[in-house]
Ligand binder design. Structure first.
Ligand code: CA
Length: 227
């Protein structure tokens, strides 16, 4: 059973989210301010965190940064909840490294779609657990990534993007296919942030970032290993 932490100061919203997730079979943890939320996340290590941005004590961005710094939660998927409909806020959240966002008010159906899409990609996919391509090794079971056989940090989004490309070497991948592979659906906001994710991914790969090629007008491509 997956455990989901809800960090949300508006108790009726937290209760409504909790009710819907529990009904769908998830175990729920709740915190009503940023400090409790951080502590609970580090102690309980949930499978997914729903993080409101406007929180008393410590705002959502500060909570997020702290969780990303701590090895216990560095790779935990986070969906940011924002009351602000401005696209800039959503993009800022995704660029900070959040896995997804939901703008309030959202429907239970929308919530479930996002939660299920993320947990599906965190869960072990079928097939061989290890996948290697050039200097990259992916442990699909633990979502650990190795660069030249050394452990390297990738967010779950970066992991999924690179894996998707490496499993289709030498073939340009359309932006929409990439978006769907990672988020389970594609929309304009995500499209705008794809390039940011790819840029940061390349930086993390250092000299091996050159394996990831931009294909103008289409999307991205990873070179064949024997090329
Ligand atoms: Ca709030």
């Amino acid at each position: 059973m997956h455990r989901i932490l809800i960090v949300e100061d508006e108790r009726d919203i937290a209760d409504l989210i909790g009710f819907n997730l529990q009904r769908a079979g998830y175990e729920i943890l709740k915190a009503h301010d940023g400090i409790d939320g951080t502590e609970l996340a580090l102690r309980e290590r949930p499978d997914l965190i729903l993080l409101d941005l406007m929180l008393p004590g410590r705002d959502g961005y500060a909570v997020f940064r702290e969780l990303r710094r701590d090895p216990r939660t560095a790779n935990t998927p986070v969906i940011m909840l924002t009351a602000r409909a401005q696209t800039e806020d959503r993009i800022q959240g995704l660029e900070a490294g959040a896995d997804d966002y939901l703008t309030k008010p959202f429907s239970p159906k929308e919530l479930m779609l996002r939660v299920q899409a993320i947990l599906k990609r965190v869960d072990a996919p079928p097939g061989p657990m290890d996948f290697c391509h050039g200097p990259f090794r992916f442990d699909k079971n633990s979502l650990k990534f190795y660069l030249d056989n050394e452990p390297a940090e990738l967010t779950s989004t970066e992991f999924k993007l690179l894996l998707f490309l490496c499993e289709r070497p030498g073939k340009a991948q359309d932006r929409n296919d990439l978006l769907r592979s990672v988020w389970g659906y594609s929309d304009a906001t995500h499209s705008r942030t794809l390039d940011t994710h790819m840029k940061r991914l390349r930086q993390k790969l250092g000299p091996h970032g050159a394996w990831v090629e931009t294909v103008r007008g289409i999307g991205y491509c990873v070179a064949k290993a024997d090329a």
